[in-house]
Ligand binder design. Sequence first.
Ligand code: NAP
Length: 288
Amino acid sequence: MTATIIDGKARALRLRETVAAGVAAFVAAHGRAPGLTVVLVGEDPASAVYVRSKGLATAAAGMVSGEHRLPVTTSEAELLALVAALNADATVDGILVQLPLPRHIDTDRVIAAIDPAKDVDGFHPVNAGRLATGLDALVPCTPSGCLMMIEEALGDISGREALVIGRSNIVGKPMAALLTARSATVTLAHSRTRDLAGHVARAEIVVAAVGIPDLVKGAWVRPGACVIDVGMNRVALADGKSKLVGDVEYAAASERAGWITPVPGGVGPMTIACLLANTLKAARMRAA
Ligand code: NAP
């Protein structure tokens, strides 16, 4: 079998168009556009690239894009004061503090300071708890995008065997919660898991979110499975250049899977599109 490649760029474009239409309707109803403000502390080049693309995507969707770039020397108290100001600003519907933060700042404290109603990353414990208990929530963007791609490939996933590899608060745990809410039978694997190969071989849905290139061998994949590769690993090439690869042995897995996401061009584009969708959702909730 040769897998159908799930085109994350094309899917994300469709979602962005849907969001833009929703934004236009929001403006017509409320006389203002939803606003997303991104806060970046420090000079991390990868984070700067993400922040720039988030800003451009926000504006392209017709929303108000705000940006605060703070020096790496910013104290935790200064950052918390900015978050408090954004919480109080009625024109701001979504607040995103770009991670990772410099080591002298307590990330959990900053996330907890964001108004849960404006927490478009879905990392606040209130939103994590709402998701875990089956209540409506602002859901983390990466697993949200993964679920959309899985459901588009497979339709109803009720009763399906799903394996999530990686248990971070950002990807793995919310992914497992979303799949559970859709009545899949979910296994959550991590660094202590024994016989990862055996778990992969049983899974009709595999979501790999680890950060280890080619961890999931193609030969392990159950024929016909839907494989979602969240991993983004930069590996050096012999000619001195580098390339991005996922956590799944892509070529070999493509020979067995029914559907597979490429890296790049799979999960990544969906993450930003889901951020825009979350911002519109936050604006609608606050306006209601
Ligand atoms: P993370 O916080 O470092 O978590 C990695 C997880 O992988 C941990 O739960 C860890 O287990 C588990 N793990 C480590 N070694 C393992 C092994 N040998 N077998 C099974 N599980 C193992 O990473 P993250 O933030 O979730 O990100 C994961 C990957 O996704 C990274 O490559 C990241 O760049 C990428 N990512 C991509 C997007 C996107 O938009 N495309 C968004 C977010 C993240 P323990 O808990 O036991 O340590």
